[in-house]
Write a protein that binds this ligand. Sequence first.
Ligand SMILES: Cc1ncc(COP(=O)(O)O)c(C=O)c1O
Length: 402
Amino acid sequence: MTEQIPMSSPDISAAEIEAVNQVLQTRYLSLGPHIAEFEERFAAYVGARHAVGVSSGTTGLHLCVIAAGVGEGDLVITTPFSFVSSANVILYERAIPVFVDIDPKTLNIDPALVAQAAHKLTRGQGDKERGRQGEGETRGQLKAILPVHAFGQPADMDSLLDVAREYDLAVIEDACEALGAEYKGRRIGTQPETCNLKLATVFAFYPNKQITTGEGGMIVTDQDDWDTLFRSLRNQGRDVFDAWLNHTRLGYNYRLDEMSAALGLAQLGRIEELLAKRERVAQWYNERLKDVDGVQIPYVAPTTTRMSWFVYVIRLAPEIDRNAVMAALEERGIPSRPYFTPIHLQPFYRERFGYREGDFPVTEAVARSTLALPFSSVMAEEQVEYVCEQLVTVLRQQLQTR
Ligand SMILES: Cc1ncc(COP(=O)(O)O)c(C=O)c1O
């Protein structure tokens, strides 16, 4: 097999092509009927009262940070083991991300450490985190927790919601990688019944995601006031009763256009098929890699009653040179990626906040060992077979030369 295997691929059928074509034959390329229908079906699928379509996962998270009342100098507890935008959206409001280390197995934020951090920060302690606010800036408050369901595995939400209740914090769930995942039998996005918290969940639809709209995202919430606010903020700050050039508040153009919404609707209609295909590919990998020396296959927590496979990420034993493995795979037509690079070690976070290696040891150890292999719902079993065969050969060579 000499052809390059793609790292990821969208799964587009004739139904999606037809749906987008139909939109192109109407006058409504934005603010038309498809966005409303996509929102309605999406809310029903995840089990929330409201869904608001936005231009990306990042813009959805940004609007949640605003809705949570996070302002200049305020603090938001989040994970350093994520895609950079889950922390960037906090910076957009000139607030401070307070990173908390992760659980080494689930790779999600550690709720016990979140409870400790909330305790410290609400009692005027946590000077190190507050110190990151810089001299002379107003001292804000701890306002929210922003957990991420990394790689499609739900974070331990019950424990995190307990902390949020105790300290009166908003919760912004980054479910950009987790559409369809279930935690203790609840689908991610379903708002807990007893929950009188400020809570919203954000999904993303970039082409490597479980469903795609090209670019796009969706915020879901049970809170009527947040739903109204999100609709205004995404549409240049207009309230529903505002005239076209009336703007009640500072807003943005974070709208999702009609072609994207029609594509999303058609993909959502295939969601069970798409998730099942991803699950099958993950199982092909698991079967072939579970007993390979130097490889740890993905862990699925007992609270994860359904994993929504977003990527397939293995962990390599510390004695294996990951860069050499990646280079050898690349020569064989197989792309692979270290995933994630910790956010606190990104150059501008180091420069702005003074983070150094050693600040979040679990995240850093995990990040040194992870390797994402090619993964998508359209991958064939022979492709998985080829990737695994080549990986095993490369690892064997490495372990023998030690
Ligand atoms: C965990 C996480 N958060 C946020 C995002 C941002 O989503 P988008 O790329 O749609 O802005 C992504 C997407 O890659 C993600 O994986």
